[in-house]
Structures are given as C-alpha cells and as structure tokens.
Design a protein around this ligand. Structure first.
Ligand SMILES: [Fe+2]
Length: 333
C-alpha cells in the first residue's frame, strides 16, 4: 500500500475508532431461544436504563445449547435464554454457567429454578389442548394427556414434535410417568397424530378443521385472540389441571455464561429479567406468558397461574437428550 493509500485508509477508519472510544458500555451477546419478539420488546428498556447494548442471536433451544457446548470457553455469548428448561440443564451439565447473583434468583420461587443457582426461570407457559368444538364435544376430551394415545383419539390429534416446546412436554411426561409409559404414549401418539412444524401451524390446523385437537402452549391461542383471532376463532382451550402431565408448566430460563467477557453487565441483564420491573414489562408485552416473580400477575383474559394446578416436576431432572432418543425411536425425529 502506498503512503497516500495508508493515509486515506487511516482517515476513513478514524470516525469509527472515535465512535468506539466514546462508548464505555459493552454490547452483550445474547443467545436467545425464546421468541424473538419478546426480546425485541424487553431489551430496549434495559438498554435505555443501563446504557448496555444488546445483540440478540436467536435460534432454537437445542441448536443453541449444542452450539454453546461446542464453543465452550470460546463462545462469544454472555447470556443464554431459552423457551424451555431442558436446554438450560444441558448447558448447566456442561459446566458453562457462572452462578447468578443471589438477589437475581431470590424473587423467583424455588420450584421455578435449579437449586444450583446456575440459572433461573423467568417466565412460564402452560401446556393446553386447543380443540374445535364442531369436531369434538368438550365432554369427549380426555381427562389426561396420556389418554390421547388411546385408539379412541385416532386421527384426531395434532402437535409439533420437532419443536422444543413439545419436547419439553415429553420430558415432563418422562419425569412423571417413567420411560416405559412414555415410550408407549409416544408410540400411541405416532399412530393417532398428525404432525406439523410449529405450534402456530397446529393452532391453524385445528381452527381450519383439519384436526380436532391440538397440543400447544397457552400463549399461542391467547396471542392470536389478542390479534384478530383469524387462527383461533373456531377453537376453544382446555386446561387439564389436576396435576396431570398435560398441565405441565414449562419454564423459560436465563443464565450467564462463565466465559462472558462482560460478567457484571450480563448479571445485570438477568437481574432485570427477574426484577419486578422486568417482570411487569413481560406481563405488559405481547407475549402473554406467565411472569414468575410473585409481585407481578398476568391480567385477564389469560387463565391465572394460581388456577393451573400443574404437576410437580423437578426442572433439573428434565432430560432433553433422552427425549430426543425416545422420539427418534418412535419415528418422530
Ligand atoms: Fe413457543
């Protein structure tokens, strides 16, 4: 390069260097398995208040947890967020999390976070049935999600087996009912079911009368109702309750990577998520998922968290790898 070219290159680079110097807050890299829109609504408030910028790299739970395990200490990620807890447990088992500050986990009730303090739940979603009343009477719905494997429901049920949401439900069934019963249940669902790629498509299929019953999480239905109801107006929701495996409450997790170059700022981000302020922002967002800090409640029309009567599942016991193995065995993956 000639002297002139070097000079020009230097001048061109200068404004960017100056801009870089004026910034004393780092940019956090967040590996995000949660719905991207949720982060798009929450992250700007955090940045406004702290000056800490956030770069969101979205993917699915399992893809991101595998990536983190592969990248290990070289990962650029500062924070990991998931839709469901099995992917958090996988990263915890690989020893990649830094413990969260006590003040960050304390607002979240103990059943929604692991004892280790390595990560915490920050929002929850309830398993539900969506059904089309023109195809099935409410009285003929099963009392338990386990019954959907019975021949009586052949050709009636749809779900999205490739998604982390459905796989978390299977992990809960495995924890509650054991391996043999779960494999039988999966085989029955395989015989009875129609599969789609994505919970929104399951909802659409029930609304369109292609399928009588769908297994989804509550917010897919409530979000569609909060919009125009185009994909849900022909359907109703049914909650299992009674601590049935089908009343499983799945927990979205948040954690700070031990390899983070900005551990203080990463801790601040997760602290914001569990704080009353962050939880209120979640409750007020489009998401309609359940805040877990008891200081905040999700308003109507969503069925209150206190009325769900979910089964007791130790979230650290949910085994995503075993679920993938069993679902492969059943022919879903
Ligand atoms: Fe989801």
């Amino acid at each position: 390069m000639s002297r002139t070219a070097l000079l020009i290159a230097g001048l061109l680079a200068a404004p960017f260097l100056l801009a870089g110097c004026g910034d004393d807050e780092p940019t956090l890299v967040i590996y995000n398995g949660q719905h991207e829109q949720l982060l798009d609504e929450l992250a700007p408030t955090f940045t406004d208040e702290t000056g800490i910028k956030v770069e969101i790299r979205s993917g699915d739970d399992l893809g991101l947890s595998n990536q983190l395990v592969q990248e290990g200490s070289k990962s650029p990620a500062d924070v990991f967020l998931t839709e469901n807890s099995p992917a958090m447990s996988a990263v915890e088992r690989a020893g990649l999390f830094a413990p969260l500050d006590d003040a960050t986990v304390e607002p979240i009730p103990a059943q929604y976070r692991p004892e280790s303090g390595d990560w915490t739940g920050f929002v929850a979603r309830s398993t539900v049935l969506v059904y089309n009343p023109s195809m099935v009477d409410e009285a003929d719905l099963p009392d338990s999600i386990m019954d959907l494997a019975d021949p009586q429901y052949a050709g009636m049920v749809s779900f999205s087996p490739t998604g982390a949401d459905f796989q978390a439900i299977v992990a809960a069934v495995l924890d509650l009912e054991g391996e043999e019963a779960t494999q039988e249940w999966l085989d029955g669902l395989k015989a009875n079911g129609t599969t789609y790629d994505g919970n929104n498509v399951v909802l659409e299929s029930v609304n369109a009368g292609e399928s009588a019953i769908g297994i989804i999480y509550h917010y897919y239905w409530y979000r569609d109702q909060a919009e125009a109801g185009d994909n849900s107006d022909n359907t109703e929701l049914s909650f299992f309750g009674n601590q049935d495996p089908g009343a499983f409450l799945s927990i979205s997790g948040a954690g700070v990577l031990a390899a983070s170059d900005h551990p203080d700022e990463a801790q601040q981000f997760v602290a914001y998520l569990t704080s009353e302020e962050g939880q209120q922002a979640l409750a007020d967002s489009y998401a309609l998922e359940y805040p877990l800090n008891p200081a905040v409640t999700l308003g109507p029309p969503v069925k209150p968290l206190a009325e769900l009567d979910p089964p007791t599942v130790a979230i650290s016991d949910l085994d995503g790898d075993k679920v993938v193995e069993m679902m492969t065995q059943a022919g879903f993956l």
